[in-house]
Design a protein around this ligand. Sequence first.
Ligand code: PGA
Ligand code: ZN
Length: 438
Amino acid sequence: MKPYAIEAVHARRIYDSRANPTIEVEVVLAGGTTGRGMVPSGASTGKFEALELPDGDSHFGGKGVAQALHNVNEVLGPAMIGLDARDQRQIDARLISLDGTPNKSKLGANAILGCSLAACYAAANYEHQPLYRYLGGAMANTIPVPMVQIIGGGAHAANAIDIQDFLVIPISTKSFAEGYAMVAETYLAAKKLFQESGRPVSIADEGGFWPTAFKSNEDGLRLLTESIEQAGYCPGKDLGIALDIASSEFFNEKTGTYTLSLEDREYTPAQFIDLLCDWVARYPIVSIEDGTGELDWDGCRLLTERLGRRIQIVGDDLFTTNIERIRRGVSEKCCNAVLIKMNQIGTITETMEAISYTKSHGYLPVISARSGETEDATIVHLAIASGAGQLKVGSAARSERTAKWNEAIRIEEALGASAYYPSQKIFLDSCISKFNIR
Ligand code: PGA
Ligand code: ZN
């Protein structure tokens, strides 16, 4: 066998940041080079995502991975033996065809992604290149603007508040390192505000603060704005606010309404969009994700019509990193940005294609982690390789999150003068011409 041919594939059970089991795949090339892929897992998963294959038995609340491990070790792995690790398209095509289903439900998107990632790392290691350079080539130099959670809610905090993520985006610095420093100071300021108000300080699944004793969803916006100020920064000038409403979680399919449990209020789509517009008018919000539910295309079109020239409108559950769904969004003018999650679609090839499609249609890609994560930092490399421009990784605390942020700091330093950090240009250079900043 040639030294870059895949000689062995092995999957093992490891654990994610919520103590759930997940899989790690290792690929060994004939020349001895190895590569490893670790698979993340969501909690507020979209209906149209590629499927993880959970065991469904009494262990780990049904989330065991014995089936997925079996599928790597006995089905996918053996079919990869002999393939050129540098031919990512061929490897992914083989994984996809072995599964044969549209949503990877036969062998599992977790099993398939683990194999895809491990082969990619083995090839990058064989070429002695960091992943961003191997995947992105000589011109890859865009360090992504971070979107960082300060308060965690929704399915990541037992629904103590309806909105899932209250986040900040640094928009006034020349580098990632400086921008991220403002974010970390904002996180620390928020902690102080929680302590001073006598609330217990605990954290949600992605490391953001647990929304204890909030009386309304708007309380989150108030606390976030105050945290930015307390940190010594100007809301809407130094740091913009981003929200992931994750509204599929509280959209009622039967009645077509949205319910905010904290306020005990039900909204028609038009009323809910009015509420979001009101928040955008009164707070320095620069991005809203899943403001409408994954089934509510009409609502999304209306939301985009009303806000899409002022702020970023991101589709996560709506698109699930699936080109067919992104295509519908583009043709129906729904959203102006796409959240990109590798395990929503299942292979590196399909993820890169979704990013290219998004960019070539004038939409902004936002590379994202999942709420259940590992120390793996692939998404940082993916963001730089693809020139996506934005990265969402949960909060500024917990090492499965800092593993990613710190990797971005390292790569920015390694690129030196060649690094490009878009800051607020990421929005200004797009269709968001009337950017909501002060
Ligand atoms: P998830 O949440 O990983 O639990 O789906 C992240 C998000 O909704 O963006
Ligand atoms: Zn989301």
